[in-house]
Design a protein around this ligand. Structure first.
Ligand code: ADP
Length: 490
């Protein structure tokens, strides 16, 4: 039984473009899954509204229940569009999928902006219309990233005066780099929003573009982002992705709340994908067994004594992979192995393939998306690299710590907020960090980790146990979101 929560019950509609396990391409999918569940445990009534993409696995599709359908106006030519609602209830959370063949039939949630802009204009409006149709008016509508950023804009314009118009809105930025920018006539055509929202304080950007995220930031009652440090960083030109001035203007309603991870999925004691399960009492021994099994699975030299470094990441510029590429040959000292798992930009994929070939038995590049392998790398590696150029929150370092794998990170965004650097005088901290975006500093951080691992295993092992013991669950952060909702609807 959950503990009694004395705070009043609040209802929240989550609106976003992906959610594990139905469809996930990155951290947003994890948050859309874990945060609603954590809120449901804290006396919230939560509905998650998602597109019904065709790529959602059939085992979920077949369990969805038809909840209703209607037609909705969308674009300037007055054409009306079918909106179906399919419902799936799971673990205290209601998932409502917006159905429309024309928009959601491609194999992937995101294709290209030409298709994605109309798709998410439709989705944002249909989600609000569906709430009215279902006669379910939440206290708060919590939207995520640019794909749902038009929700506050629709809500305060076309939906003002309708039942759902009473809701307050929170817009969370998971990654400011993606904003949904297109020319004004196209977005105006697909939304039929009034001219005044295309002014320079709201959607308009530059001379002729409309920026969906920018509009949402203007109309939302609160803006959150996924770590305290990132909330500060995005107000500076370097990290602000051309919206820093806009964010500074709205800084009074901007707040950072760090992400957590779902500790049921990421549980070393029950994780059926691992060679052997473990907990904090037997981690040192069992992690060695997982390391062996990983080396065997990936065709690496099998040796308990080498230092295995994992890297699980989208292979894009954001993730600091140019630094990794620059130092990889220098890591190869006969006592170190590197395991990469990721897909993304071709030049990074090819670079890691090259290194696998050049250092056979010591480097393994898995250019693929594979959840099971990710779990086994978290369990079998000694350290995990996250040297990002920018990182709103980052989940991989949290998962790594939960699995007793020491993170080596750059001090940016959520990485800075969640990894306390190791201090060899006091023997505390959770990982190794470096500040400037510089390959030499990354190499230095890895070497500091290796030095501790090879020369002072006692302290290393203590850090492994400290990491496993750290609270990286959603409980605290969900509580902060809950307080935010209460602040909006006292
Ligand atoms: P981002 O959202 O920027 O991609 P995060 O660190 O927030 O990065 O989240 C990444 C999530 O995706 C983690 O759960 C990580 O384990 C997972 N992931 C990334 N790449 C892969 C992959 N190739 N195979 C399996 N899981 C992956």
């Amino acid at each position: 039984m959950a503990d009694f929560d004395p705070r009043p019950r609040r209802s929240v509609a989550f609106i976003g473009s992906e959610c594990y396990p139905f469809v996930k391409t990155g951290g947003l999918g994890d948050v859309m899954y874990a945060l609603p569940r954590a809120l449901a445990r804290q006396n919230c009534d939560v509905k998650v509204i998602l597109p019904r993409y065709r790529c959602i696995p059939w085992k979920y599709q077949e369990k969805m229940i038809y909840r209703g359908e209607f037609h909705m106006d969308l674009c300037q030519d007055g054409r009306s569009f079918y909106v179906g609602i399919m419902e799936y209830v799971w673990d205290g959370v209601v998932y409502d999928f917006i159905d429309n063949e024309e928009f959601f039939s491609s194999g992937n949630p995101y294709t290209n902006l030409v298709d994605d802009i109309p798709k998410f204009c439709f989705f944002s409006k249909a989600a609000l219309a569906a709430l009215n149709y279902m006669n379910w008016v939440p206290d708060v509508i919590h939207c995520h990233d640019w794909q749902a950023a038009l929700v506050p804009v629709f809500l305060r314009t076309m939906f003002a005066g309708t039942p759902v118009g009473d809701a307050k809105t929170v817009l969370t930025i998971h990654n400011l780099r993606f904003q949904g920018v297109y020319n004004i006539p196209t977005i105006q055509y697909w939304t039929n929003l009034p001219d005044y929202v295309f002014n320079k304080d709201a959607l308009k950007q530059g001379y002729e573009d409309a920026n969906m995220l920018k509009g949402g930031l203007d109309y939302a009652d609160r803006i959150t982002t996924v770590s305290h440090t990132y909330a500060g960083e995005i107000q500076t030109p370097f990290y602000g992705e051309n919206l820093d001035a806009h964010l500074r203007y709205h800084s009074g309603k901007l707040r950072g709340i760090v992400n957590g991870i779902d500790c049921d999925i990421w549980n070393t004691w029950t994780d059926g994908r691992l060679a052997v399960q473990y907990d904090i009492t037997n981690v040192l021994d069992r992690k060695r067994q997982n390391k062996r099994a990983l080396q065997q699975e990936l065709g690496l030299w099998q040796d308990d004594h080498v230092f295995v470094i994992g890297l699980i990441s989208r292979l894009t510029d954001q993730k600091g992979l140019d630094l990794v590429n620059a130092i990889l040959p220098e890591l190869m000292d006969g006592h170190t192995q590197v395991v990469v798992l990721g897909t993304g930009d071709e030049h990074y994929e090819n670079a890691f393939r090259y290194y696998e070939d050049a250092y056979r038995g010591s480097v393994c590049s898995n250019i693929m998306y594979d959840e099971g392998r990710a779990h086994r790398i978290y369990a079998g590696a000694d350290a995990l690299l996250v040297p990002s150029l920018f990182e709103p929150c980052g989940l991989t370092q949290l998962i790594a710590m939960r699995y007793g794998t020491v993170p080596i990170v750059r001090e940016t965004g959520g990485l800075k907020d969640t990894v306390q650097p190791y201090n060899h005088y006091t023997n505390d901290g959770n990982g190794f960090t470096f500040d400037r975006y510089d390959a030499g500093l990354l190499l230095d951080a890895v070497n500091r980790a290796k030095t501790l691992y090879f020369t002072n295993r006692w302290c290393w092992d203590e850090m492994v146990q400290r990491d496993m013991d750290k609270d990286v669950s959603w409980d605290q952060s969900a509580s902060q979101y809950r307080d935010l909702y209460l602040e909006l609807k006292p």
